[in-house]
Design a protein around this ligand. Structure first.
Ligand code: GLU
Length: 467
């Protein structure tokens, strides 16, 4: 049986957006499901718009999403000799020809076609039979055009959209090379052919290119791969996804504190379904993924669901891993980790209530922020009743050998009973004096993380402020 080979072929001309990431996930899943290979190709022939930074973002995004590829990255700009070799062969046997039409001339041609109520289309004026005896204009560098078949239809059985047929009368003679650089439609065919790609899976925005590419495959005598086009991803309002909807680039989700497995899961589920599978790992996806599970309708982003899913993964995440991921985010907020409470423990305490790493960092900051007190807040927290409760609590915990949450809770309970009060008069001044905030998670667990000596010091120095 023929080997299954898929590829993701992004152009490094901007960020790697969610749509490309989702396509990459499906390409990866097809390859993994069928025991094939998944390839990465960087389509960098647009020299004006391609950048090194964008290439790096692609590589980073692939790594972040754990989309391991078996071959590549292959860079198209490293393959110029190959494209030129094929163009030379095509020129030699008439499958391609040189076109000397200037941009002005082509504009005028289109204008005239429009005026005559026709669809603008290259008229074949430099096809060899149409320019016999015509002088070659001076100073014009020709482009190379593919001689598209004049008649007949191009048909393919799209793995998502089903049968699609386009008449060759709709297609004109495509430019395949300009100044020695291949155009997208040509390079993509040569590459997919050379790389033995069996399934071309890409965004539906490429459907119009596919019949042109099939004609090129046929002209090259190459086997035509399976094509699968994926509907676009829209914003929550059903409009084409754009910056105004918020983040559309994969790595922005990393910056916003999403976990890669949540982004992977969310994107995979967006436009593909299998029974009632909602939350799944990459291995589970690879196990069941088939292109026929892809929807033909455009997907709609739902940021609430996205965040909800991330929160589920946060809850399950290993504390040590969370600590590593959240540490730089706390430092960026002015927190000092060294000598502070165990970050792993802090993550364990907060992860069930933080939907993202950024929220976790916000919530964890008070553990690490150098203590700068607001004397007013301290004074307000130390009413007579609170002060009395706090002093009794201090005496209780001084006796503790094991400064654990249950023991701390025991101390709180003892003061509540002895003074006939609720938890408020103890917890409120503790929050302000020890944590320097007015809201914290469970106070016993919070204090345990600060540790006995910090808690005692902060109570003492806080009490001393209000004599
Ligand atoms: N470079 C194209 C893009 O980024 C790839 C299209 C394809 O997969 O054929 O849209």
């Amino acid at each position: 049986m023929k080997e299954i080979r898929t590829r993701i072929a992004p152009s490094p001309t901007g960020m790697m957006h969610l749509g490309t990431a989702r396509t990459a996930i499906y390409c990866w899943a097809v390859a993994r499901h069928l025991g094939g290979k998944f390839l990465l190709r960087i389509e960098d022939t647009d020299q004006k718009r391609s950048t090194q930074e964008a290439t790096q973002v692609i590589l980073d995004s692939m790594k972040w999403l754990n989309l391991d590829y078996d071959e590549g990255p292959v860079y198209q700009m490293d393959r110029l000799d190959r494209y030129r070799e094929i163009v030379d062969q095509m020129l030699a046997d008439g499958r391609a020809y040189k076109c000397y039409a200037t941009p002005e001339e082509l504009d005028a041609m289109r204008e005239a076609q429009r005026a005559a109520g026709l669809k603008p289309r290259y008229d074949g004026r430099w096809r060899p039979e149409n320019c016999v005896g015509k002088p070659i204009p001076e100073g014009v560098t020709p482009v190379i055009r593919f001689r598209n078949p004049d008649d007949g239809d191009v048909t393919w059985n799209d793995a998502v959209y089903g049968r699609i047929t386009i008449s060759n009368r709709e297609l004109d003679d495509l430019i395949i090379m300009r100044d020695g650089i291949p155009t997208y439609n040509f390079a993509v065919v040569v590459d997919d052919w050379d790389m033995k790609v069996s399934h071309v899976i890409r965004g539906a925005d490429h459907i119009n290119n596919t019949p042109r590419q099939i004609n090129l495959y046929n002209a090259l005598g190459a086997e035509v791969p399976v094509f699968a086009h994926l509907p676009l991803i829209n914003g929550p309002d059903g409009q084409k996804l754009s910056k105004r909807h918020g983040s559309v680039s994969v790595m922005e989700y990393e910056a916003q504190g999403f976990l890669p497995e949540a982004v992977f899961n969310y994107l995979a589920r967006l436009g593909w379904g299998h029974g009632n599978m909602e939350k799944f790992t990459r291995e589970e996806l690879a196990e069941v993924f088939e292109l026929r599970g892809c929807s033909k309708a455009a997907a709609r982003l739902d940021f609430k669901k996205f965040e909800w899913l991330n929160a589920q993964y946060m809850k399950e995440a290993d504390d040590e891993r969370l600590a590593k991921l959240v540490a730089p985010r706390i430092e960026k907020r002015g927190g000092v980790l060294e000598g502070g409470p165990c970050l792993k423990g802090v993550c364990n305490l907060l992860k069930t209530r933080a939907a993202t790493l950024e929220i976790l960092a916000d919530q964890a900051l008070f553990f690490y922020k150098p203590l700068e007190r607001d004397p007013e807040a301290v004074r307000a927290a130390l009413t007579e009743e609170n002060r009395k409760a706090l002093e009794a609590f201090k005496a209780e915990i001084e006796k503790l050998d094991d400064f654990t949450a249950p023991n701390i809770y025991g101390a709180i309970k003892a003061v509540m009973e002895a003074q006939g009060i609720k938890i408020g008069p103890i917890a409120t001044p503790l929050r302000v004096l020890v944590c320097n905030v007015d809201k914290t998670p469970q106070i016993d667990r919070t204090l345990e993380l600060f540790g006995k000596s910090v808690v005692l010091d902060r109570i003492a120095s806080g009490l001393a402020m209000v004599a």
